[in-house]
Design a protein around this ligand. Structure first.
Ligand SMILES: NC(=O)c1ccc[n+]([C@@H]2O[C@H](COP(=O)([O-])OP(=O)(O)OC[C@H]3O[C@@H](n4cnc5c(N)ncnc54)[C@H](O)[C@@H]3O)[C@@H](O)[C@H]2O)c1
Ligand SMILES: O=C(O)[C@H](O)[C@H](O)COP(=O)(O)O
Length: 379
């Protein structure tokens, strides 16, 4: 059996080599010629898996080691009887941790604010539950859910009135509620003074031209963008006006990436009737020096954000984006290629649940927040 796999999927050899010959390729430029004689295709979000890529090939299984599936031409795959699967929820924790890191960076204590969540599935739902566990008032917009799924559902316009709005929908262009440009100029203008908007879903869900216009006209908003409408290219003007910008890495925890590979491996084994030879636990390295210390007796907020910053310093990601934008503007460096390189060489980031907080946490509100964020600690 032959597998073609994106070169940026970790541990493909460890998982799949017992079952198949593996050829690694850059995902963004995969061609029909390269995949023609493959039985299975393992991709990330940068490969458009469509008729142009697959017509005439013998591919029978497509696995994307990502949550998002907007890069798969699903109707074509179904028509051709090509099995396909994603890795639902694999990096949901990572995205939630990105949101916390961004709020800490902006000095925003989410426990004192209302939070609007747009798209309440694996990622938005995890954020919602963690915030509710800390007593935060949430409003959620998700037209595919009912009050039985989520008692805090509200209309989009009401959700946009929250102090913090976090976007977690897939990118869709058809169906009853397409999400492309869900936030256009009209909706963006509804954000109240001092609001914070985060998009770590897909770039085109927020109309980036409209956002730029709104940010040119208003200086009372803080925006965090991990995803951009024209990736791998992005508007340097927009980057200049957002508070934090990053190269689509919210889901790039090492744990999330490994979980993605492992979930696709399991689906691959099921599809081809193979028995699994290796498990996620076997290949997940322990974090060396995983004890974190913070001033636990003082202000809760400082303690939480100290711990978050020790694990994930989001400012590094923002700095790298701004450096790339400067190199582009001053020296003509290719933005798209630079964006892809930042992602390819992303540092290893582990999720909060790998860390133990030193000392005893005696204060109840702090304990609640640390538990909600996933840290281990002694009471
Ligand atoms: N930035 C990143 O690194 C990163 C990482 C992971 C996922 N993502 C993106 O986030 C998206 C969401 O991930 P997930 O795991 O929560 O997916 P999910 O499928 O579990 O949940 C998505 C939710 O969005 C809702 N939804 C769909 N269309 C909507 C609309 N028009 N308005 C409001 N809600 C809508 C769905 O009903 C569902 O509940 C993914 O599809 C992916 O594109 C980005
Ligand atoms: O959909 C997802 O899972 C995320 O957006 C994922 O982190 C994308 O990463 P990529 O496939 O582009 O490397």
């Amino acid at each position: 059996m032959k597998i073609i796999a994106d070169e940026n999927i970790p541990l493909v050899e460890e998982f799949f080599a017992p079952h198949a010959e593996i050829v690694r390729l850059p995902g963004r430029n995969m061609t029909a010629e390269q995949v023609r004689d493959a039985d299975a295709l393992l991709v990330r979000s940068v490969t458009k898996v469509n008729e142009a890529l697959l017509a005439g090939s013998q591919v029978k299984f497509v696995g994307t080691c990502t949550i998002g599936m907007d890069h798969l031409q699903q109707d074509y795959l179904t028509k051709q009887n090509i099995a396909f699967t994603n890795a639902p929820g694999c990096n949901a924790n990572s995205v939630v941790e990105y949101v916390y890191a961004a709020l800490c960076y902006m000095n925003i204590d989410w426990r004192q604010r209302t939070v609007g969540i747009i798209g309440c599935g694996n990622v938005g739902g995890a954020l919602y539950r963690a915030l509710k566990a800390q007593g935060v008032e949430c409003r959620c917009y998700d037209p595919f859910l009912t009050a039985a799924d989520n008692p805090d559902l509200a209309e989009l316009d009401d959700v946009l009135q929250a102090d913090i709005v976090s976007m977690h929908t897939p990118l869709t262009t058809s169906g009853p509620h397409p999400s492309r440009h869900l936030l256009s100029k009209e909706q963006l203008q509804l954000l109240p003074p001092g609001a914070v908007l985060l998009n770590a879903g897909r770039g085109p869900v927020v109309d980036n031209q409209a956002l730029l216009q709104v940010l040119r006209a208003r200086d009372d908003l803080q925006v965090v963008l991990d995803v951009w409408e024209t990736e791998p290219n992005f508007s340097t003007d927009l980057l200049e006006r957002v508070t934090l910008g990053s190269p689509h890495i919210a889901g790039y925890s090492f744990d999330g990436k490994l979980a993605g590979t492992s979930m696709i491996y399991q689906a691959f084994c099921r599809h081809f009737g193979l028995s699994e030879q290796i498990s996620l636990a076997q290949v997940t390295p322990k974090v060396a020096n995983n004890t974190l210390s913070a001033e636990l007796e003082g202000d809760d907020w400082t303690a939480i954000c100290d711990l978050v910053a020790q694990v994930y310093d989001i400012e590094d990601d923002d700095r790298a984006m701004r450096k790339l934008a400067r190199q582009h503007l001053d020296h003509g460096v290719d933005l798209g290629a630079g964006f892809d390189l930042l992602r390819k060489h992303y540092a290893i980031r582990r999720e909060f649940h790998n860390y133990q907080v030193a000392g005893k946490v005696k204060k109840e509100p702090l304990a609640k927040s640390l538990a909600a964020l996933g840290f281990h600690f002694n009471k």
